[in-house]
Design a binder for this molecule. Structure first.
Ligand SMILES: [Zn+2]
Length: 381
């Protein structure tokens, strides 16, 4: 039952992971022909990036966008109330205490695996009261730029006086339903998480969980789900994206029920990370500035990591529904024709592999121009 519930509550995330691929094809910069080409011709890989066995991870660290503002982001827990919902002060204070303990436990879990952990803030002293009714969230269109997640994040960015790029936070949202729905409809409960801008190292993000999980561990166990959802917000896809069995893998990013917590009691077999996930987290300097991937510690079996696959498993950015995309000079991917930049603002959020594919296509199909491609300001040959 618990597994079923957790799976049901993962539908948002499963969609997000699907977007890893579809989101790439959906990217709207450049030329319509590019989209058809990529679908028909598959992947044009950069030969030097197809796989690697790391000797020096710094060689391979420049595969995610690097924004000029590298301020560390922190996880900020908050109670989210739709417009018609209220909770008593006692309930709120009790939820705050639970949340603060759970976040501290999650920080310890990451510390035990990485020897460093993420920053967190105390839960807000007041709940966030939305302008929208509960029905606006549960009946929001699924997918697209105006789905429930976009509606929630848009409100919170405004409330926190930040935007998708300037955000220094990962919002850990505990959503509270109206009283008559609060402990019913288990199958419909919501959950999900992702970075605002997709790839690791692109700043803020959000995690959405529900109030009954916090106070009753239903419909999903809060602590073990929290570390999993935070993994998404830090830029990790599910374990099966990297080829592992989602039901039995030992990673935080699996659904393995052996990892389930109960209240403040952790599993006897707590989850860890796969080598690809350690590597992806090492790219996210906005969250883990002090964490470096070490082959001997994080990949003791010496598995050859597929760097292109790792990049294919980056999550896609949220849509313009949380704020317009902007170009940043020298950040992410930039494409120039005869010295003039022609890439659109979403290209700032490309991975290096995405940039390489797009660049290669343009060298073939727009050969009449002098093509120049840059990633984080460096020329792509
Ligand atoms: Zn998930």
């Amino acid at each position: 039952m618990a597994e079923t519930s957790q799976r049901n509550n993962e539908t948002t995330i499963q969609r997000d992971i699907g977007d890893v691929v579809s989101g790439f094809f959906r990217n709207r910069i450049l030329f319509p022909g590019m989209i058809r080409f990529l679908i028909v011709c598959g992947l044009l890989l950069l030969p030097s990036l197809t796989s690697f066995c790391l000797q020096d991870s710094t060689v391979h660290s420049n595969i995610v966008p690097r924004f000029p503002d590298a301020t560390q982001v922190s996880v900020v827990p908050l109670i989210f109330l739709p417009r018609e919902v209220s909770i008593s002060d006692d309930e709120f204070q009790s939820a705050r205490r639970l949340l603060d303990v759970h976040v501290a436990m999650a920080r310890e879990h990451y510390e035990s695996l990485l020897n460093t952990t993420f920053l967190s803030s105390k839960t807000h002293t007041k709940p966030f009261q939305s302008d929208r009714f509960h029905s606006d969230f549960v009946n929001a269109p699924q997918g697209g730029d105006d789905d429930r997640a976009h509606r929630i994040v848009k409100e919170l960015l405004r409330w926190m006086h930040e935007d998708r790029y300037s955000s220094k936070h990962i919002y850990l949202i505990i959503y509270v339903r109206p009283m008559d729905e609060r402990f019913k409809s288990w199958e419909e409960f919501l959950g999900g998480a992702r970075p605002f801008n997709g790839a690791p190292n692109t700043g803020g993000g959000y995690v959405e969980m529900e109030y009954p999980s916090l106070i009753r561990d239903r419909p999903y166990p809060f602590q073990s789900t929290l570390v999993h959802e935070l993994g998404h917000a830090f830029g990790l896809a599910h374990a099966n994206c990297k080829g592992y069995d989602q039901g039995t893998n030992m990673s935080i990013m699996s659904y393995n029920p052996l990892h389930y917590s109960r209240g403040f009691t952790k599993s006897q077999t707590p989850a860890g990370f796969n080598p690809e996930e350690y590597f992806a987290l090492s790219l996210n300097k906005r969250v883990f500035p002090d964490f470096s991937y070490d082959e001997s510690i994080h990949n003791p079996a010496g598995k050859t990591l597929d760097l292109v696959l790792i990049q294919q498993c980056f999550l896609s950015p949220m849509g313009a529904g949380i704020g317009d995309f902007r170009h940043f000079e020298g950040v992410g991917y930039e494409l120039f024709f005869n010295g003039r930049r022609v890439s659109g603002p979403e290209a700032a959020l490309y991975s290096l592999a995405q940039a390489g594919r797009n660049c290669a296509w343009n060298r073939v199909n727009n050969a009449s121009f002098k093509i120049e491609c840059r990633y984080n300001g460096q020329l792509i040959e």
